[in-house]
Design a protein around this ligand. Structure first.
Ligand code: ZN
Length: 168
C-alpha cells in the first residue's frame, strides 16, 4: 500500500513596465511588461516548489530561500524546484502527477505550453517523473477584471500528488 500526499502551491508577482522579462516554467514570454521579483520571478516554478514542500509537510519557498538574501537575487527558480525535489526524494517520495494553472491576461500561454511541460518533466525527473502525461499545464486569462485581468499581476496555482512505498 502506498502512502499518498497532495500539495498545493500558489504564487503571484506584480507586472510592471521595466520589470524582469516574464518567465513561466523556464520559458520566456514576450511582453511589454515585466515581473517584479527578487529571483527570476517564475510564478509557476515558485508555486510548484511550494506544492512539493507542502505535500511532504516541509518548509516553504520563502523560508528555504529568503527574498532578502543576497545569494537569491536574480536566482534561477529551477534551483528552488530542484532543491524541493531533492528534499522530497530523500524521504522516498515520488511524483504521481501535477496540474498547474497559470493566470495571465496576455500573451496566451498555448504556444509555449508544450515547451513548459517538457521543462517541468526534465526538472522533476529526480522526483521520479517519467511521462509527459503526468504534467498538466494550462493558461487562463483574467477576463479583463482583477489584478490578472488588468495586467497588474501574473499568478500560478499548482497541485501535486506524491506517493511513497509504505515503510520507506
Ligand atoms: Zn514568486
Amino acid at each position: 500500500m502506498d502512502d499518498l500526499r497532495v500539495g498545493i502551491g500558489f504564487d503571484r508577482h506584480r507586472l510592471e513596465a521595466g520589470g524582469r522579462p516574464i518567465v513561466v516554467g523556464g520559458v520566456r514570454l514576450e511582453h511589454e511588461l515585466g515581473v517584479l521579483a527578487h529571483s527570476d520571478g517564475d510564478v509557476l516554478l515558485h508555486a510548484l516548489t511550494d506544492a512539493i514542500l507542502g505535500a511532504i509537510g516541509g518548509s516553504d519557498i520563502g523560508t528555504l530561500f529568503p527574498d532578502d538574501a543576497e545569494e537569491n537575487a536574480g536566482r534561477a527558480s529551477r534551483d528552488f524546484v530542484l532543491t524541493a525535489c531533492e528534499i522530497a526524494a530523500r524521504q522516498g517520495w515520488r511524483l504521481v502527477n501535477l496540474d498547474a494553472v497559470v493566470m495571465l491576461e496576455c500573451p496566451r500561454l498555448a504556444p509555449v505550453r508544450e515547451a513548459i511541460r517538457q521543462n517541468l518533466l526534465a526538472l522533476l525527473r529526480s522526483l521520479g517523473a517519467s511521462s509527459i502525461a503526468c504534467i498538466g499545464v494550462k493558461g487562463k486569462s483574467g477576463e479583463g477584471v482583477g489584478p490578472v485581468g488588468e495586467q497588474r499581476a501574473i499568478e500560478a496555482q499548482v497541485v501535486v500528488l506524491l506517493r511513497r512505498r509504505e515503510g520507506s
